[in-house]
Design a protein around this ligand. Structure first.
Ligand SMILES: Cc1cc2nc3c(=O)[nH]c(=O)nc-3n(C[C@H](O)[C@H](O)[C@H](O)COP(=O)(O)OP(=O)(O)OC[C@H]3O[C@@H](n4cnc5c(N)ncnc54)[C@H](O)[C@@H]3O)c2cc1C
Length: 380
């Protein structure tokens, strides 16, 4: 068995995952419903039904890695260190006597010309160092420029996802670095195409945070993010709260003539966000708050809008969608429909899921299936 890696170190990316803690799977990936989290549920279903979360955890535990799941079902190594994941995988590579070539970039795959007339055709992998021939090849290289030559087929366009979104600049004024818990809906015209609840982080170019990362799988320029800054209340309940608040704050102790719009929101929202909300509602912070402005204010607090201008850059994204079209591979074996002996696993296939361990789970589970099928192909 031979492993080719273009970098100086195998598995380097694993060390960066989950902020160095490696969120390696998710307990929701069990049974038929697990596949619904992915962009191509029908394709991933046969792999996930064989290699669900429990099986993947058992695989790692057999290698010596203890795992734990947090209250959300996100699975981590018990050490909370991605190094432990790489260490146990390395130990197994050594136990199995795998021949490892680092600093070796695969360039092209083809049928071995010397073997064309043999019953068992071999595949030839050309690299920048030397050629390798074998009865089975598993591609697990992510979405890279050489992918079409490595898989002998056209690739789908690459789109970076699971990262921050660029938005219109005006509503972000003064908000850079601010975190807020809210419900976010992604609107395409009037239709809501995605909804997430959680912490978002304002940046000077747009918004970030896990909720936004997940929406970046669905977002495109021209759509709108609608932030509900009071998800725990309906608009009518919020209106009642604001009305009561005005009655209290502009009561006998504080003449209404002195209660300006900024003072009215003090204590409800972070001061910088309050200013942005007032601006979106067309109110100046220093103006005396007129009760007739309350419905407008309640509405903006429930529907603070940011126009989407673009998705994450390659550097910001955790995953690249695109690469190999799953239609060209058998979902039961992950073998190429056109090149027998060629198998694909992980991100090089256009499969992605949300944050929470779904992408690494796909990488492990598809690699387990492809490896078993490739071994069978070598022995046949
Ligand atoms: C910062 C960050 C954090 C993340 N956190 C999480 C997380 O916590 N949980 C989660 O589920 N997912 C996470 N992900 C996503 C996850 O890391 C990927 O989905 C997963 O690593 C994909 O695995 P893969 O083996 O398909 O590809 P990769 O991990 O990209 O590995 C491909 C390997 O192939 C090598 N290679 C490429 N081309 C060639 C070539 N031509 N010849 C030889 N070698 C080649 C590369 O150098 C690389 O080592 C994160 C991603 C990032 C960037």
């Amino acid at each position: 068995m031979t492993l080719l890696e273009r970098g100086e170190r195998v598995g380097k990316k694993v060390l960066a995952t989950g902020n160095g803690r490696c969120n390696l799977s998710n307990t929701a990936i069990e049974g038929a419903s697990g596949s619904a989290y992915y962009n191509n549920p029908d394709f991933v279903a046969p792999t996930l039904s064989r290699y669900g979360c429990e099986v993947v955890r058992a695989f790692f535990e057999e290698l010596g890695l203890l795992t734990i799941a947090d209250e959300r079902g996100w699975v981590f190594p018990r050490t909370r260190s991605a190094n432990s994941v790489l260490d146990v995988l390395w130990a197994q590579v050594r136990r199995l006597g795998v021949e490892v070539h680092t600093g070796c970039t695969a360039r092209r795959l083809s049928a071995d010309a010397h073997d064309e007339h043999s019953e068992h055709r071999r595949l030839l992998v050309e690299t920048d160092k030397q050629d390798f021939a074998g009865r089975a090849v598993v591609l697990a290289c992510g979405v890279v420029p050489d992918l079409a030559a490595l898989a002998c087929q056209q690739t789908l366009g690459a789109t970076p996802i699971l990262g921050p979104l660029k938005t219109a600049a005006e509503p972000l004024k003064g908000l850079d670095g601010l975190r807020v818990n809210c419900r976010v809906r992604l609107l395409d015209g009037r239709a809501c195409v995605g909804e997430e609840t959680g912490e978002i982080l304002f940046r000077n170019y747009g918004v970030s945070g896990i909720a936004i990362f997940n929406l970046s799988r669905l977002a495109s320029p021209g759509q709108v993010l609608s932030l509900d800054l009071f998800p725990e209340l309906t608009e009518a309940e919020l209106m009642a709260l604001l009305t009561e608040r005005l009655r209290l704050l502009a009561g006998p102790l504080r003449p209404s003539a002195e209660l300006n719009a900024a003072d009215f929101l003090t204590g409800t929202l972070h001061a910088r966000l309050a200013l942005a909300v007032l601006s979106a509602a067309g109110l100046r912070p220093t103006e005396v708050l007129n009760p007739t402005a309350l419905p407008r204010l309640a509405h903006v607090l429930k529907d603070y809008r940011l126009a989407v201008r673009g998705g994450p850059t390659e550097v910001q994204a955790q995953v690249t969608r695109g690469g190999l079209d799953p239609q060209q591979f058998s979902p039961a074996t992950l073998e190429s429909r056109t090149h027998p002996g060629l198998f694909a696993a992980g991100e090089c296939l256009s499969i992605d899921g949300p944050c929470g361990g779904f992408n690494l789970h796909w990488a492990w589970s598809s690699a387990l299936l492809a490896a078993i099928q490739a071994t069978a192909a070598m022995r046949s």
